[in-house]
Design a protein around this ligand. Structure first.
Ligand code: PLP
Length: 393
C-alpha cells in the first residue's frame, strides 16, 4: 500500500462516516494549487468550500501566525481580552457598518447566535416565529438545521426547533403571506450557496428590507459563504444598497482557521446581555489575528480583483454552457461564486475533472460550483475552463 492509501485506510477506520470523501490526501499548496501526497498538482476551484480566500502558502498569513506564536498565547478565554479580537471586531464593524460583533467558530454557530438575537428581540413583544427559505442552507446544528429549508438535511432528526416557517426564495409575496404578528425575523442568504448558487433579485431583498422595517422584524443575512470578497464586494449586501440587522460570517473569515462572527447592526446591537451567550474559543488570539490579515487584504483590493476574475469565469462558463447545450443549461452566480447548471449528474463531472487535475464540487442537485481562492490567476481560470470543456466534450 502506498503512503496515500495508508492514510486513507486509517481515516476510513477511525473517522465517523459522515462524508463521501474523494480518495486523495493533500500534502501542500501554493496560491490556487494543491499537491497530493503522491505528487499530483490540482487547480483548486473549491478552496475548502469558499474558505481559503487567500489561497495556500500565503506569506502574510504565515507572518501573522509567527507573530502570535512568538507571544506563546493562542487562547486566554473571554473572561479576559487578547490583543487581537478587539482589532478584528473594530475592523469588521468599520467595513460592514455594524455596531457589535460576537465571535465564534463556525457558520452554524454564528447562525445560532443570530437565532438567539432574533428570539430575544421577539421576546419583548411575544413573537418567536422566524421565516427562512426553501433550498436555503444555514448549517447542521439543530437551530441552523431547522432554518435550512431542505428536507434531506432534517430527515431522521425530528423533532426540530419549533416556530420556523419556509417561504419561497425570490418570491416576496410568499414572505408576506407568512409575516403574521408572531414573526420576529427573516433569515436569508443573499446568494443561496448549497441550494445551487442562486442570487437574490434586487427587488426581492429591497422588498424584504421594507417589509421587515414595517413589521419590526429583524432582517438577518447569512453571509457565511457570500461574505468577505467572494461575490466581488466585501459583503454581498453591498450589491443591493441595503443593510441587514444581523449578519453571520464564517468560512473565509479566519484565513483557513475555524472562525466565525455574528455582526449586529443598530437595533440588534444590544439585544444580548452579559451571560446570555458565549463561546469558549470565540475570538481567540490566533484566529483573530488571521482574520485581520484577511480583512486587510480585502481592503487592499482583493474584493475588486475577485469581481474582475469572476467576470472572466462567468464568461467562460457561459461559453461552455452555449457550446454543450446537451449537458448544460446555464451559468449563474456573483463574483467568484459561480455555478454551472447541468443536465447531467454533477457527480460524474466532478470526478472526471478531478482525474484531469481540477477540483470543483457540486451545489444543490444539478449545479457544478466554482468557489476558487480569490487569488487564483487568470491563467488558472482559463486552464480550469479548458479542463471542464474537455470533460464535457
Ligand atoms: C457553510 C455554510 C454554513 C455552515 O457553516 P459551518 O461552518 O459548516 O457550520 C452556513 N450557512 C451558509 C450559507 C454556508 O454556506
Amino acid at each position: 500500500m502506498g503512503k496515500m492509501e495508508e492514510i486513507i485506510a486509517l481515516g476510513k477506520d477511525n473517522i465517523m462516516n459522515t462524508y463521501a470523501q474523494t480518495p486523495v490526501v493533500f500534502d501542500h499548496g501554493k496560491g490556487a494549487h494543491l499537491y497530493s501526497v503522491d505528487g499530483k498538482c490540482y487547480i483548486d476551484c473549491v478552496a475548502g468550500i469558499a474558505v481559503n480566500a487567500l489561497g495556500y502558502g500565503n506569506e502574510k498569513i504565515e507572518k501573522a501566525v509567527n507573530e502570535v506564536l512568538k507571544d506563546g498565547i493562542f487562547h486566554v478565554s473571554n473572561l479576559y481580552y487578547n490583543k487581537w479580537a478587539p482589532k478584528a471586531a473594530a475592523k469588521l464593524n468599520s467595513l460592514a457598518g455594524s455596531k457589535k460583533v460576537f465571535f465564534c467558530n463556525s457558520g452554524a454557530e454564528a447562525n445560532e447566535a443570530a437565532l438567539k438575537i432574533a428570539r430575544k428581540y421577539g421576546s419583548r413583544t411575544g413573537r418567536s416565529r422566524i421565516i427562512s427559505f426553501s433550498h436555503s442552507f444555514h448549517g447542521r446544528t439543530y437551530g441552523a438545521m431547522t432554518l435550512t429549508g431542505q428536507e434531506k438535511y432534517q430527515k431522521g432528526f425530528f423533532p426540530v426547533v419549533p416556530d420556523i416557517s419556509y417561504a419561497v426564495y425570490n418570491d416576496l409575496d410568499s414572505v408576506k403571506a407568512l409575516a403574521g404578528d408572531d414573526v420576529c425575523a427573516v433569515f436569508v442568504e443573499p446568494v443561496q450557496g448549497e441550494g445551487g448558487i442562486v442570487p437574490a433579485e434586487k427587488d426581492f431583498l429591497a422588498g424584504l428590507r421594507k417589509l421587515c422595517d414595517e413589521k419590526d422584524m429583524l432582517l438577518i443575512f447569512d453571509c457565511v459563504q457570500t461574505g468577505l470578497g467572494r461575490t466581488g464586494k466585501i459583503f454581498a449586501f453591498q450589491h443591493y444598497d441595503i443593510k441587514p440587522d444581523v449578519m453571520s460570517l464564517a468560512k473565509a473569515l479566519g484565513g483557513g482557521l475555524p472562525f466565525a462572527a455574528c455582526l449586529a447592526f443598530d437595533k440588534a446591537a444590544d439585544v444580548l446581555c452579559p451571560g446570555e451567550h458565549a463561546s469558549t474559543f470565540g475570538g481567540n488570539a490566533l484566529s483573530s489575528a488571521l482574520c485581520l490579515v484577511v480583512l486587510e487584504e480585502l481592503e487592499n483590493g482583493l474584493a475588486d480583483e475577485a469581481a474582475k476574475k469572476g467576470m472572466l469565469l462567468k464568461k467562460g462558463l457561459e461559453e461552455i454552457a452555449a457550446k454543450h447545450p446537451d449537458k448544460c443549461l446555464t451559468a449563474r452566480g456573483l463574483g467568484l461564486m459561480e455555478g454551472l447548471v447541468l443536465k447531467v449528474p454533477p457527480k460524474e463531472v466532478v470526478s472526471a475533472c478531478f482525474e484531469k487535475g481540477l477540483l470543483v464540487c457540486s451545489a444543490g442537485y444539478d449545479v457544478l460550483r466554482f468557489v476558487p481562492p480569490l487569488v487564483i490567476s487568470n491563467e488558472d481560470i482559463s486552464k480550469a475552463l479548458e479542463i471542464l470543456d474537455e470533460v464535457l466534450s
